[in-house]
Ligand binder design. Structure first.
Ligand code: HEC
Ligand SMILES: [Cu+2]
Length: 336
């Protein structure tokens, strides 16, 4: 294709942006904060567009009505100089007013985006290379629990996430609900958001954090308050104990083959801290930080060779016989 034709096609490459909607889009806000961010964005965009169009028009007029070179280019033309001075002054003033106006719009927006609600539901989120630890902490420890890579929240209620990192800097970003915030080692950052509508929103680490950064996603499931309450009660319980022989064998192998060194399954002897909590892994929607949907097939493939699915991640390929793999898979599937 000739270069000129290719260049002419470039603007069309942005067309897919027009379809930005759904699970992960700042242009389709589903939270109070993301709504505010989008409104602020549109105010900035409109003002900038008006200024840009005005400048382009003046430039075009200037070019079309170009005067012939004067006989004495250095001679001053007093009335013209005065008018020009006034125009520059007025435009300078207009720039000042626009910048101040936009600052005010931006500050006003921050009141919503960074609002703090004392009664917010508080979660602690810890970034790991390359997955998310999610801690639901209650005043009474018997109502506190840990999960991973999935955040369930009630709609209509402010949610505060306290962000920390276990290793390098990560960034918490759910564009449909709110803006970004970094997770930094040794520092506590906070972000608050309120989901307006029930739905599943995708979040993504937004700060390059190593090899598998692109596979460090998570799901936010906004549920009705009733549904959320039921989920929380269930999630707070210890893991199901398998009753069938295969499941029992799987539970044994989970410890015997070393899985328990890195993973916790509450209510069992497995108490490892290096990897995601698996107490209710069977009811999560994805595995490996949003890399794959959770099905028996993907879970089996992951246990068989996690390095194939997510090269470089910190779960080693474990040498398992196929019958051992089947037993462990059967066990994990029961951890609903
Ligand atoms: C050396 C520590 C370690 C060992 C041993 C280990 N894992 Fe993992 N596991 C991890 C880490 C770290 C992750 C997160 C990987 C990622 O997503 O980047 C993980 C992720 C997982 C996940 C996905 C969880 C989720 O919600 O995404 C499952 C399931 C799992 N491991 C099962 C097992 C089983 C079964 C074994 C034993 C055969 C095992 N693991 C052994 C560290 C370990
Ligand atoms: Cu990252």
């Amino acid at each position: 294709m000739p270069v000129r034709m290719r260049t002419a096609l470039v603007p069309f490459a942005t067309l897919p942006l027009a379809a930005c909607a759904g699970r992960q889009s700042a242009l389709d806000p589903q939270g109070l904060q993301s709504n505010q961010i989008l409104n602020t964005f549109f105010v900035f965009l409109s003002v900038a567009a008006v200024v840009w169009i005005a400048v382009t028009i003046v430039l075009a007029v200037g070019m079309l009505r170009r005067k012939r070179a004067a006989d004495q280019p250095l001679a001053l033309h007093q009335p013209f100089e005065r008018t020009a001075g006034r125009v520059v002054f007025v435009l300078g003033l207009a720039t000042l007013v626009i910048v101040l106006g936009l600052s005010i719009v931006s500050y006003a927006g921050q009141r919503t985006v960074f609002a703090k609600d004392e009664h917010a539901l508080t979660l602690k989120i810890i970034g790991h290379q390359w997955w998310w630890e999610v801690r639901y902490e209650d005043d009474s420890p018997d109502k506190s629990f840990v999960t991973a890579n999935e955040i369930r929240i009630p709609t209509g209620q402010p949610v505060k996430v306290e962000l920390e990192s276990a290793d390098v800097i990560h960034s918490f970003w759910v564009p449909s609900l709110t803006g970004k915030m970094d997770l930094i080692t040794g520092q506590k950052n906070e972000l608050q958001f309120t989901a307006k509508n029930a739905g599943v929103y995708r979040g993504q680490c937004a700060e390059f954090c190593g090899l598998q950064h692109a596979h460090m996603a998570f799901a936010v499931l906004a549920l009705s308050p009733d549904e959320y309450g039921r989920w929380r009660d269930h999630e707070n319980r210890s893991a199901n104990s398998p009753t069938d022989p295969l499941g029992k064998q799987g539970e044994r192998l989970f410890r015997a083959r070393g899985c328990a060194l890195c993973h916790t399954v509450r209510g069992t002897l497995a108490g490892g801290q290096l990897g995601p909590d698996l107490t209710h892994v069977g009811s999560r929607t994805t595995i490996a930080a949003g890399t794959l949907p959770r099905t028996p097939a993907t879970l089996g493939a992951w246990i068989a060779d996690p390095q194939h699915i997510k090269p470089g991640n910190f779960m080693p390929k474990m040498p398992l016989q196929s019958d051992e793999l089947i037993a462990i898979l059967n066990y994990l599937e029961q951890l609903k």
